[in-house]
Design a protein around this ligand. Structure first.
Ligand code: HAM
Length: 419
């Protein structure tokens, strides 16, 4: 026998026993998004590589080492999307979505990053992403944070903390960058190889280093707060005022710089201590420069995305939705019976009932075992005697009630009234 083929490392199957939890999460999330007026957009899973290089940034972990990039048959460089914001902005520019005013959009689906797989970190993972395009904020920044807080409440998730920071506007960032570079150059020997390289290309990224040997030099680094100009401070202050007024607890984390380059002003992360190193369950911020960077008319925007696998891992201890069971399982034996079974099962389904037709033959006893194992509330039984009388046997499987011979129409009424 040849060796069986396994799934790609870090890419998981969602098995039938797990699917109801995914479905229930997705249903809750879609209803929640609808309540805030967000409309769905669906983008391709594959984009031109250039899109991600230009938006996420050339000197980021994602673009430098985590993208699934390949040349297609025409030699064009394409990439499996590592996130959704770039595609969403590309689509908004391409289809002139902002001509009709600002847009509140969301998307859900798989993203791909070649990271080191571990619990809560996968190479194919799923996000629900929310983007508010054409809004200067900070009201919509606050709306995003408040939305998340509501979703955690609806999902009965606790222990998720909010960290916020501001990266300021372009001018503030330039001032801070100069001060940071000066500091990092003074401490050049204390920087690891990656940070020495990033100092030249993207110094803010040094603050994002997870290397333990870098933490001391990062902790002593100058802080952005002193370089913020009035507009940046005002944006951040107004955001905080809305959060305080809404009773949202938060912590300002001056080291929060995010792993993608497109952010300015507000950035935030919802983090938990319950998932080991994979602390962030949801993250985002403002990206006012991205439209222009991707060749569109300048437009302010902000958004966030949550990792579905991480949220489901937090929900795994909560009550699971019950597995879906059919209303009936139809067993049949004999030539005339089987012919009638094909007709009857469609009649039952047309009446809105969920019915599994036994396939694969076998005697009544073995078929009834399958009926029981299916979780169905009723067995519908057709033998040649029932077929001759144009009736079916209806047997409740979850209570001690005798089987009765009834017409298909009667069977429908009884199953419906049994709720
Ligand atoms: P991100 O921080 O890269 O941001 O990802 C958002 C969330 O996706 C993370 O907080 C985490 O829950 C989940 N996630 C990321 N990587 C993985 C992984 N390898 N395995 C499992 N879960 C993961 C973005 O993607 C931005 N596009 C968010 C955004 C939208 N900003 C503005 N709009």
């Amino acid at each position: 026998m040849s060796q069986s083929i396994q799934s790609v490392r870090g890419m998981n199957d969602v098995l039938p026993d797990q699917a109801p939890l995914w479905r229930s999460f997705e249903d809750t999330a879609r209803a929640w998004l609808g309540r805030y007026g967000y409309r769905e957009i669906r983008m391709p899973l594959i984009e031109k590589t250039e899109l991600f290089v230009r938006s996420i940034g050339e000197v980021t972990d994602i673009v430098e080492k985590e993208m699934y990039t390949f040349a297609d048959l025409n030699g064009e460089s394409l990439t499996l999307r590592p996130e959704g914001t770039a595609s969403c902005v590309r689509a908004a520019i391409e289809h002139h979505l902002l001509y009709n005013g600002p847009q509140r959009l969301y998307y859900a689906g798989p993203m791909f990053r070649h990271e080191k797989p571990q619990k809560g970190r996968y190479r194919q993972f799923h996000q629900i992403g929310v983007e508010a395009l054409g809004f200067p904020g900070p009201d919509v920044d606050a709306e995003h944070i408040l939305m998340c807080a509501r979703l955690w409440r609806e999902l009965a998730l606790d222990g998720i903390r909010l960290e916020i920071n501001t990266l300021g506007n372009t001018q503030s960032r330039a001032r801070y960058r100069a001060r940071l570079v000066e500091y990092l150059e003074r401490h050049f020997e204390r920087l690891d190889e990656d940070s020495q390289r990033r100092l030249k290309t993207n110094p803010l990224r040094v603050l994002d280093s997870k290397n333990p040997s870098m933490q001391a030099v990062i902790a002593e680094a100058p802080r952005m707060a002193e370089d913020l100009d009035e507009a940046s401070l005002e944006h951040f202050e107004e955001l905080q005022a809305i959060l305080r007024n809404a009773g949202i607890e938060y912590e300002i984390n001056p080291r929060l710089v995010r792993g993608l380059d497109y952010y300015n002003y507000t950035v935030f992360e919802w983090v938990t201590d319950r998932l080991g190193a994979q602390a962030a369950v949801c993250a985002g911020g403002r990206y006012d420069g991205l439209f222009a960077q991707l060749g569109g008319k300048p437009a302010e925007a902000c958004g966030f995305a949550m990792g579905i696998e991480r949220l489901l891992a937090l929900m795994a201890n909560e009550a699971q939705p019950p597995a879906a069971a059919p209303d009936a399982y139809l067993v049949h034996s004999g030539t005339a019976a089987t012919q009638m079974a094909w007709r009857a099962v469609e009649q039952l389904r047309a009446a809105g009932l969920d019915v599994v037709l036994h396939c694969g033959g076998g005697n009544f006893k073995s078929q009834m075992k399958r009926a029981d194992a299916s979780g169905a509330r009723f067995a519908v039984i057709i033998g040649d005697t029932e077929a001759a009388a144009n009736q079916v046997g209806l047997k409740p499987l979850r209570e001690l009630t005798a089987q009765q011979s009834v017409t298909v129409e009667d069977a429908i009424l009884r199953m419906r009234s049994a709720g």
